[in-house]
Design a protein around this ligand. Structure first.
Ligand code: CUA
Length: 346
């Protein structure tokens, strides 16, 4: 019997995962979370605000680690320490009161106060810096997309915020329906978008690049598909983008595009969407004047290309169930003409 047991255990070791492989897998996972530096991790700060939040995070992580190690150390000592032989049940010794007072009250109070102090200091440092008021960005949260206005520059876009690199930019947030939360982990902390209220914020990127933003407050079934991009550009490139966005949509240059524009203007699209330079002035959905210049469709749900755009127009509910975009009934040629037109909206 005991022989069989030994054989059984030997087999067990060969086939099942041992603690060493679990540890190896865990460490690999930890390392992998560190290497994706194009991720949206707040630990890869790319702006002054995120860098400060990063310092606070590491400070709290260090304090938490020290407290954990010390407490676990005491626990291990307590586990393995034997009682001295002459322990008197009826009259227990009074030692240990000091450690309860210091370890249970005074030291935790000092640690919590210190952490609170550093947090308040960080929050003060995150106060809005000097911002030139010629560039304000108004962002309105909608289920489930972001309306982005540049009131001083006179244009509207969606789900994509361009900013000049190295310059703090004021962002005013509000919501048209429920509470959303604006979060670009590499640039700043989160801030809520509240219906009927305007919350103010600022963004600054130290390096040119594309930063992923997400809605960080559960806001309905498609909360997970409510993303946006912050694109930080060198001054010249940014000004070029602004100049392009300020233009109305180009006039159709050929017959197919002309036909596509007619399909658009004759359909129900016009009740929800604006294309500047045409009669379409709806404002329930994203402004489409420069749709083709944007990288994604449906708030980061799919890349913006002809195939996805066609699928989105014909069957949006398959791509983002619950979205307010209704399906559009079109014949094949009508859809092709419409796509040809929308592709000219650069
Ligand atoms: Cu909007 Cu979650």
């Amino acid at each position: 019997m005991s022989d069989r047991q030994v054989t059984g255990e030997g087999k067990h070791d060969d086939t099942l995962v041992g603690p060493r492989s679990i540890a190896a897998a865990f460490i690999t996972l930890l390392l992998m979370t560190g290497c994706a530096d194009n991720s949206a991790s707040m630990l890869n700060a790319a702006g002054p605000a995120a860098a400060r939040i990063n310092v606070l995070w590491w400070f709290m992580f260090a304090v938490g680690t020290i407290v954990y190690v010390v407490v676990m150390g005491y626990m291990l000592v307590a586990l393995f320490r034997r009682r001295s032989g002459d322990f008197d049940e009826a009259n227990p010794p009074n030692e240990g009161t000091g450690i309860v007072v210091w370890g249970g009250a005074i030291i935790p109070a000092i640690i919590l106060l210190g952490t609170f102090g550093v947090t308040v200091f960080t929050m003060r440092a995150l106060n809005e810096p000097e911002i030139a008021d010629d560039l304000i960005i108004e962002v309105t949260g909608n289920q489930w997309w972001w309306d982005v206005r540049y009131p001083e520059l006179g244009f509207t876009t969606a789900n994509e915020i361009h900013i000049p690199v190295g310059e703090p930019v004021a962002v005013k947030l509000t919501s048209d329906d429920v509470i959303h939360s604006f979060w670009v982990p590499k640039l700043h902390g989160k801030l809520d978008l509240i219906p009927g209220q305007v919350t103010e914020f600022w963004l600054e990127a130290s390096e040119a690049g594309v930063y992923l933003g997400e809605c960080a407050e559960f806001c309905g079934v498609q909360h997970a598909k409510m993303q946006f991009l912050v694109i930080a550009q060198e001054e010249g490139e940014f000004r070029q983008w602004v100049a392009q966005q300020q233009q109305p949509a180009p006039e159709p240059g050929n017959e197919l595009v002309q036909e596509g524009q007619e399909v658009f203007l004759d359909s129900s699209c016009v009740y929800c969407h604006t294309i500047k330079g045409t009669n379409a002035t709806g404002d329930l959905g994203p402004d489409l004047t420069h749709l083709a210049s944007r990288r994604t469709l449906a708030a980061g749900t799919i890349p913006n290309n002809r195939g996805n755009l066609g699928g989105w127009i014909v069957a949006p509910q398959n791509i983002k169930p619950g979205s307010l975009m209704p399906p559009t009934q079109l014949t094949g040629p009508q859809l092709q003409a419409l796509l040809a037109y929308l592709e000219t909206l650069r």
